[in-house]
Design a protein around this ligand. Structure first.
Ligand SMILES: [Fe+2]
Ligand SMILES: [Fe+2]
Length: 235
């Protein structure tokens, strides 16, 4: 039971406590990853929503915790890096080329009647070009550093991770902005009436990409980085 939940609880904490809250926040367009330290009250007011009503919806999820993500907060930073790599990095590496191909196909078939597809391709390409090297920086620099820190090879030198974490936080903000642009360009992933099956599949893949990347960034910003060096993430 999450008896401590109230409207002053941060939106990131809701998702850390129960990953199902991410779905509710996605539906309400509440940013729980880059804006994870915002209180529920402020996040709701900014969207013109009633905080107590949303809190009620979230409390209904209390008894429906997800299986594998429920105990993430119990993992050590090193274990978290392995979880993030296997679950979210591997997914992105597979899905990026798939979506690029699909986007080309849909653009060829529907580009004339749907000029927004060209812009969608530009924005998606920016996201891919930003995130692919970002994943490598985490896998080759930051995550190994976190694992070394945990095995005490670096002693308690938290400063060693401060620089790389700052860079990652900035890149997460940029990815969050590009995902917002994709949501706007696709009108919330609503397939037009003349959209073929590939069009439908493209929007479905993009919607899943958004949800998975929000959760991915949330796990890094609000769980992993906070565990490694709380002073970096606050403020
Ligand atoms: Fe990552
Ligand atoms: Fe990241």
């Amino acid at each position: 039971m999450k008896t401590h939940w109230n409207i002053q609880t941060s939106v990131g904490e809701f998702v850390t406590d129960n990953a199902l809250c991410a779905e509710t926040f996605e539906d309400l367009s509440i940013d729980f990853c880059c804006g994870g330290d915002t209180t529920l009250e402020k996040a709701c007011r900014d969207k013109g929503l009633e905080p107590e009503g949303v809190l009620g919806q979230l409390k209904l999820l209390e008894n429906r915790e997800t299986d594998q993500d429920a105990d993430l907060d119990q993992l050590t930073p090193a274990q978290l890096t392995l979880h993030i790599e296997s679950k979210h990095h591997e997914y992105l590496k597979k899905v990026f080329p798939r979506i690029s191909d699909l986007l080309d196909k849909v653009l060829n078939a529907h580009g004339e009647r749907h000029p927004e597809l060209k812009e969608l391709k530009t924005t998606f390409t920016h996201l891919r070009e930003d995130l692919e090297p970002h994943l490598l920086k985490e896998e080759r620099v930051l995550f190994p550093l976190i694992r070394k820190l945990e095995s005490q090879e670096l002693g308690a030198n938290m400063k060693a991770v401060a620089g790389p974490i700052h860079v990652m936080l900035t890149e997460h903000d940029r990815a969050g902005d590009l995902l917002k642009e994709i949501r706007e360009l696709t009108k919330g992933f609503e397939v037009p009436d003349d959209g073929c099956q590939s069009f439908q599949l493209l929007y479905k893949e993009l919607k899943f990409l958004e949800a998975d990347t929000h959760l991915h960034i949330h796990k890094e910003n609000n769980i992993l980085f906070l565990k490694v060096n709380p002073s970096i993430c606050l403020g």
